[in-house]
Write a protein that binds this ligand. Structure first.
Ligand code: 8YV
Length: 348
């Protein structure tokens, strides 16, 4: 993919980024039209509104959509936004897709690549938060922290102690995915003296952890299985009934990746049957809807997709999403292209 040609608003290389707090000066050139595919973070929207002709897809009727389609030069969305081929195909002037999230499985990458449209995301800035949450879910499920809180508040302590929980320190941890976030989880788990195992497309001999070629083999070898692999067609239902069976009646599953990676129906059945001990889930197959059968299970800890949801991290993600757009429209290389678009944009 060649670097996009600088647009009419291009500035010399030394020019500062557009100031997100100032609207274009009266009489200046029309700002580029950017289409937000959803109502996005309030940390990002004001920056976009100040710098661009921002159009909100959910607010447009068919006629308004058709009217702006020829001038849309960028799409902006979040990690869970859908950017289908049908939308990309309707936008002849599209130059960039900027996603506020590390995951971009909602973007039809084949369609974007076919059109030569670069896609950017927000890696690294959220590694700590997602890894922190994974450890939080591990501790919450192992030590039954939400159940303990409910137990105390309900007055049950007055009648006796809670059933004993599970030990986390020293246990075997299996990571499905050993990318940047997976390694951040491993680093934290080492402080709990956990023994780290992982599976990935290929072994990483430089890492001091035990590699397993299959997810099933990994699940059979560990006490806790943490899913931290990208979503999308390639990993859909990677954690299926067979993997859950291998994890076994003492095993606990944590998912901080994408709901699509786990066969949710198979997980519910395994939890109900007791063939898996528990689960800590931050992501679900049909967010924000969570099946009643999952809500009814006391051995699961459920959080509403909050992996990166701290003020500091969401600000960093918003700023990086904006910076990718700003760099592009200033005629400079984008900062964080997705892996499929790296080395295909101008070298930095
Ligand atoms: C948020 C995420 O859901 O980064 C991701 O891929 O799933 C989360 O951080 C979202 O993208 C925030 O906009």
């Amino acid at each position: 993919m060649s670097a996009p040609a600088p647009g009419p608003l291009s500035e010399p290389d030394s020019a500062p980024l557009p100031n997100p707090n100032s609207a274009p000066a009266p009489g200046s050139a029309t700002p580029p039209t950017v289409l937000a595919v959803a109502h996005l973070s309030s940390l990002l929207m004001p920056q976009l509104q100040a710098a661009f002709d921002l159009q909100l897809l959910p607010d447009l009727d068919d006629a308004a959509r058709a009217a702006i389609a020829p001038r849309v030069r960028a799409i902006v969305g979040s990690g869970d936004s859908k950017v289908p081929a049908a939308l990309i195909d309707q936008l002849p002037a599209l130059e960039l897709i900027s996603i506020m999230g590390v995951g971009y499985d909602g973007v039809d990458m084949a369609a974007a690549l076919a059109r030569g449209v670069p896609v950017t995301h927000t890696p690294d800035v959220l590694n700590d938060d997602v890894a922190d949450l994974a450890l939080g879910l591990l501790l919450s499920t192992a030590r039954q922290l939400p159940a303990a809180d409910r137990f105390l508040r309900a007055g049950h302590w007055l009648q006796g102690n809670m059933p004993l929980a599970r030990k986390l320190s020293g246990a075997r941890l299996g990571l499905v995915g050993i990318g940047r976030i997976g390694q951040s989880i491993a680093k934290r788990a080492l402080a709990f003296d956990m023994r780290i195992h992982y599976t990935a497309r290929s072994a990483r001999p430089q890492l001091p952890y035990s590699f397993h070629a299959s997810v099933q083999g990994l699940a059979a070898a560990v006490d806790y299985l943490v899913v931290i692999t990208p979503g999308g067609a390639g990993t859909r239902h990677l954690i299926d009934a067979a993997v859950l069976h291998a994890l076994g009646p003492k095993g606990i599953l944590i998912n901080v990746a994408r709901g699509s990676v786990v066969d949710q129906q198979a997980l519910i059945e395994a939890l109900e049957a007791g063939t898996v001990a528990g689960a800590g889930l931050d992501v679900f197959e049909d967010e924000p809807r969570v099946p009643q059968r999952l809500l009814d299970l006391h051995k699961v800890v459920l959080t509403p997709h909050i992996g990166s949801a701290t003020a500091a991290t969401r600000q960093a993600m918003a700023d990086l999403t904006f910076a990718n757009l700003a760099e592009h429209f200033a005629g400079r290389p984008v900062r964080t292209p997705v892996p499929e678009c790296q080395n295909k944009t101008e070298p930095r």
